[in-house]
Design a protein around this ligand. Structure first.
Ligand code: ADP
Ligand code: MG
Length: 611
């Protein structure tokens, strides 16, 4: 083989390579163009997309515009009006600074810029294709800039192949614009997808109005204000009440000096502040902007570390963590935390009836308090051998005599006998039980167990899930994107017991729910299903229909299940244990977490040094 020789790449090839770093998908193009509009001081920014941005992206603004000369120059690499010396890089206050976006976008598309500076008589049109300047002409038009990108990736088929479905790409664009809109409440944004207005914010400077426009009224009403300032760090925004939670971090919108970023440090500070207030595996809804003041003319953050500027570096991570933690903690403290919603599902109805009947009979939840704490804290986590996840055999005979020693546990119907006898409840979260036949101690997570029961009941319907018609169908409010994806997937949802009808750009009427699921939880439930659909790209996306079905049923079960923090009577506990034993895979919840843990007699003996 000949020794390879080094070539200097021609500019067209070099631009194509560089473009790959900046524009990997349509949403990245939208982000760059909108950031340019922000830097140009626009008050109104409008984005129109066709076919997920692959056919066309058009971003218009009423910013300062460009003169004829700049309109041509801006297509050259490293042409920027925002940075002129290395020192400028130490305190960047603009969104852009590298002069790379427009040449990168131009390299992989057919691009047209129509722009007019306020003091110019005429507007200019610049056309380029695959990075080549085709023509520059005069035109009429208002001040501001409109950039139109058609046939994105027309000359890079490899890149095009890696894109997801049109609706997934449209979803990414929606998320990018929603994020920017939440960071700039003083600017009015508009997103039009295939001629339909899907997002609009008023631009009146009031963040809560932006949240209402994007997330809907219900969520906005549950947001708590965040205001914090100390040691050069100012944090502002909103964070959700603890009863408002979601299954992914997608709902944490973080900005530093008004630049959207992702940051492990900031996310974990937020989540730490909520600590046990949220169910495990869920995340809060948060929108915050962190402003750092420059120290000696230098910013304590470096924004020049990521090709798409999505990550940044902090001079002092610890100070950032502590400020964010304190800010969120303060917001949560300033609000009296309301108890979580009423329980739901078949068990909940049972609980309700029981409570009505109860006549002041105290629940015996203190029988095993002290030892249970010791047991759960010590050997269980350290040695997996000592505590085992346990599935009670459903055929075990039951010794109801022993239960009756505790007073008011009536024998349940014989066909439901499980052998597990509740002794009490600890932390309003776990049921402590013994078995009629097996030795040892059993601890059951009440939420996980009930979730498993509901999931199983839904799942065993192989076809359509039986539904209940709602007498007064509630109108649920969502973001435009959520309402859209729900409507697009109405058929799949109907199979799963949810019948919906779109009644406005952000409103959906819920006509039917799966049988036995209480309507009080519908809003959060359907919202989460929308998030799932967006994430998976609907049934046409990368997920198999079976997986989508599982995920939606799982969400339904999780919302309808009795929560941690709810006090149960022994009768209610017995009912739950019996129902649990009747499920196929009683020992784990639909998320795969254990529902029952057994602590063997051997482990107990070891704890008390009996061996
Ligand atoms: P950067 O934003 O990093 O400077 P870009 O390639 O995105 O690089 O843009 C190059 C230049 O083109 C900008 O510095 C700016 O002067 C000009 N420009 C781009 N978009 C607009 C716009 N919408 N309005 C006014 N000027 C713009
Ligand atoms: Mg830019």
């Amino acid at each position: 083989m000949n020794k390879p020789t080094i070539n200097i790449l021609d500019p067209a090839t070099a631009n194509l390579i560089a473009a790959g770093e900046v524009v990997d998908r349509p949403a990245a193009v939208v982000k760059e163009l909108v950031e340019n509009s922000l830097d140009a001081g626009a008050a109104h920014i409008s984005v129109e997309i066709i076919r997920g941005g692959l056919e066309r992206i058009r971003v218009s603004d009423d910013g300062q515009g460009m003169n004829r000369w700049d309109a041509q120059l801006c297509l050259l690499r490293h042409a920027t009006s925002k940075v002129s010396s290395p020192a400028d890089l130490n305190n960047i206050r603009t969104m852009g600074f590298r002069g790379e976006a427009l040449p990168s976008i131009a390299a992989v598309s057919k691009l047209e810029i129509l722009t007019k500076a306020a003091d110019a008589d005429l507007a200019t049109i610049v056309r380029a294709e695959g990075g080549k300047l085709l023509e520059v002409t005069d035109a009429g038009g208002p001040s501001g800039t409109t950039v139109t990108v058609t046939e994105l990736f027309f000359n890079t088929p490899a890149r095009k192949k890696f894109l997801k479905s049109v609706s997934v790409e449209a979803g990414h664009i929606h998320d990018v614009l929603a994020g920017i809109a939440m960071t700039f409440p003083g600017i009015s944004f508009r997103l039009v997808n295939n001629s339909r207005l899907v997002l609009w914010t008023p631009g009146d400077g009031n963040l809560i109005n932006v949240l209402t426009a994007i997330y809907g009224q219900e969520i906005a009403a549950k947001m708590l204000p965040v205001t914090f300032s100390a040691e050069g760090i100012t944090i502002s925004g909103y964070t959700g009440r603890p009863d408002l939670y979601r299954s992914s971090r997608q709902w944490e919108t973080l900005a530093v000096n008004s630049r959207l970023i992702t940051s492990r440090t900031i996310s974990s500070a937020i989540e730490r502040a909520y600590h046990s207030l949220l169910p495990q595996g869920t995340y809060p809804v948060t929108v915050i902007n962190i402003e750092f003041s420059a120290v000696n003319g230098e910013s304590p953050v470096d924004v020049n570390v990521h090709p798409q500027k999505k990550e940044i570096k902090f001079a002092n991570e610890k100070a950032v963590f502590s400020a964010v933690y304190r800010a969120i903690d303060l917001a949560l403290q300033n609000q009296a935390i309301r108890p979580s919603e009423a329980p739901s599902g078949r068990l909940s109805e049972f609980v309700k009836k029981e409570n009505e009947k109860k006549e002041n009979k105290p629940a015996m939840n203190n029988l095993v308090d002290a030892p249970a704490d010791v047991l759960l804290d010590r050997p269980v986590d350290k040695s997996h051998g000592e505590a085992m996840i346990y599935l009670p055999p459903s055929s075990m005979p039951t010794a109801w005599e022993s239960a009756s020693t505790y007073g008011h546990v009536p024998p349940p119907a014989p066909e439901k006998e499980t052998g597990l006898i509740p002794l009490g409840q600890i932390d309003d979260c776990y049921i402590v039980a013994k078995s009629a036949r097996e030795q040892g101690l059993f601890v059951i997570d009440q939420h996980a167990a009930h979730e498993r029961i509901i999931y199983q009941r839904l799942y065993q319907n192989s076809g359509r899930i039986p539904a209940q018609q709602l007498l007064i169908p509630p109108v649920l409010r969502f973001s435009g994107r959520e309402a859209e994806v729900l409507t697009e997937n109405a058929d799949i949802l109907e199979e799963l017991g949810y019948k919906i009808e779109q009644v406005g750009p952000t409103a959906v009427k819920l006509l039917e729910l799966p049988a036995d699921i209480p309507s009080g939880t519908a809003e959060n439930m359907v919202g989460e299903i929308a998030a799932l659909l967006i994430k998976s790209g609907g049934n046409s996306g990368e997920n198999a229909p079976g997986m989508l079905r599982h995920a939606i049923l799982q969400t339904t079960a999780c919302h309808a299940a009795i929560k941690a923090g709810e006090r149960l009577t022994l009768r209610q506990m017995q009912f739950l244990l019996d129902e649990l034993a009747a499920t196929d895979t009683a020992s784990t919840c639909p998320h795969g977490r254990p529902t029952i843990v057994r602590i063997s007699s051997d482990s107990l003996a070891k704890l008390f040094h009996r061996t």
